[in-house]
Design a protein around this ligand. Structure first.
Ligand code: GDP
Length: 479
């Protein structure tokens, strides 16, 4: 339980200065941003005539108190499966093929849109949820935010190509996340397929398949010819049984954001995966630093749903912005609670980014300031048309620089440049990089008034080149 002086003051609607003064009288020197321990906080609350209601850090951080559900409340849930592997080994093809194993598709209409995840029902009646954003970026984004969404990893290895660098990367990801793997040896239809060699290769990386005395299941498949898919889904169900996956469906929903975007017609849309509880239309949801009332729940068939239980992916409409993938979401009691949590998080975001404060925020001003102040980080804010490009730009920028100076993306999200972006940029002294998006009128006016620079781009390399050039300027010896 940690709270800063300022945060406590806000909650009590008192001035931080008064708390500082009070603590000084007690012989303690603190500043507004210092963290108080729980006992001090309690003392202060009482001193100022308020009642103490301890709220855990997890409560404030994630919007809910993460207590475990009693065992008897839990019911079996579908496994959540991610497909990983080397580029061109057939991840996308396999996800497409698996989509067609759905027996529910007949009456309800097939899967029509990509929302980041889909659930299939097998002939046996078992259900499986697949995350259909192949690639390791989404997986690690979730992990880095502590939101584990995946129960099982399907490691796709092309039988004609064998274990490659991204295969190894995938193995490491799965291992670090302690998620069991099932190996799908793909492209078995090819004349030059060498499935035995794949298994040998895997052994070198300590992935020991069942036929070699290990416990990793392996299935030969052809995504193209639709071979081995039933065996693969059986292997998944078997693995899921071993894991005894369960969740309590009868509680307010919690889960994780899989994807998000700003849709021209529908506004912010986020695909979420419920981990426990049941999400219902009309629920008040906090997701990352965004909140809203769930106006609609839509599945991958484009159908409206009244609710979504554990392991069921759903698009939600009604948030006030696009939360980042991997962000945790939770249903909260009411709007004022949602506002409180979101305000807290936005404050944290600003505090974390308040590295270079005051003055304007143009690239030039920032560089001048950095030169003076010996600050080695270049704060930047990135807005882009889609989540994918926002992430790609952020990743590319954060790789630039050296030990003397490097870029730090304080915020990156899909969507046009808004007033709140400009405010965040201003407090952080960061210019805004707008990729294939514009700023609205209010944002432009505010940026002008506050001296925040908005730079527009339509080519990723231009963004990178500009930042690189600026950095080089910074590193050049002064005359
Ligand atoms: P990803 O990069 O891992 O998503 O791979 P893709 O699914 O895009 O597949 C890469 C290429 O391999 C495409 O040309 C596919 O048609 C081809 N491919 C995928 N699965 C199979 C398969 O089972 N057999 C054959 N012969 N080709 C396949």
């Amino acid at each position: 339980e940690r709270i800063t002086v300022q945060e406590l003051a806000n909650r009590m609607a008192e001035r931080a200065a008064d708390i500082v003064k009070f603590l000084m009288q007690q012989g303690q020197m603190v500043r507004a941003n210092d963290v108080l321990d729980a006992d001090d906080a309690e003392l202060i609350v009482e001193e100022f005539g308020h009642t103490v209601k301890r709220v855990s850090e997890a409560d404030v951080e994630t919007g809910f108190i993460s207590e475990a559900d009693p065992e008897e409340s839990k019911k079996p849930r579908a496994p959540v499966v991610a497909v990983m592997g080397h580029v061109d080994h057939g991840k996308t093809s396999l996800l497409d093929a698996l989509r067609e194993t759905d027996v529910a598709a007949g009456e309800a209409g097939g899967i029509t849109q990509h929302i980041g995840a889909y659930q299939v029902q097998l002939k046996s009646g078992d259900k499986i949820t697949f995350l259909d954003t192949p690639g390791h970026a989404a997986f690690s984004a979730m992990r880095s935010r502590g939101a584990q969404a995946t129960d099982i990893v399907i490691l796709v290895v092309a039988a004609d190509d064998g274990v490659m660098p991204q295969t190894i990367e995938a193995i490491n990801h799965a291992r670090a996340a302690k998620v069991p793997m099932i190996v799908a040896v793909n492209k078995i239809d090819k004349p030059d397929a060498k499935p035995e060699k794949v298994l040998q290769d895997l052994l070198q990386h300590e992935v020991v398949v069942e036929s070699m005395g290990g416990d990793v299941q392996t299935v030969n498949v052809s995504a193209l010819k639709r071979l081995g898919l039933e065996e693969l889904t059986e292997a998944i169900t078997l693995q899921a049984e071993v894991l005894e996956l369960k969740a309590n469906p009868d509680r307010s929903a919690e889960g994780v954001v899989i994807e998000s975007q700003i849709d021209k017609g529908r506004g912010p849309v986020a695909t979420v995966l419920v981990k426990r509880g049941t999400l219902k239309r009309g629920d008040i949801v906090v997701a990352g630093a965004q909140w809203g009332k769930v106006r609609a729940l839509v599945n991958e068939r484009g159908q409206q749903m009244a609710e979504a239980g554990p392991s069921l992916p759903a698009e939600i409409l009604g948030l006030d912005g696009a939360p980042e993938p991997g962000e945790v979401f939770a249903v909260v009691e009411n709007e004022s609670r949602a506002r409180e949590i979101v305000a807290y998080r936005q404050r944290q975001l600003r505090e974390r980014s308040a590295l270079v404060t005051g003055g304007g925020a143009s690239l030039e001003q920032m560089m001048a300031k950095l030169k003076q102040a010996d600050v080695t980080e270049m704060p930047l804010l990135v807005k882009a048309d889609v989540q994918g490009s926002a992430e790609a730009i952020t990743a590319a920028l954060e790789k630039l620089g050296n030990e003397e100076v490097r870029a730090r993306v304080i915020h990156s999200a899909p969507g046009g440049v808004s007033e709140s972006d400009v405010l965040l940029a201003k407090t952080s002294g960061a210019p805004i990089f707008a990729f294939n998006v514009r700023a609205n009128k209010q944002a432009r006016e505010l940026a002008e008034a506050e001296g925040v620079e908005i730079r527009y781009y339509s080519v990723i390399y231009d963004v990178i080149d500009d930042v690189k050039a600026t950095m080089e300027g910074l590193l050049a010896p002064e005359k």
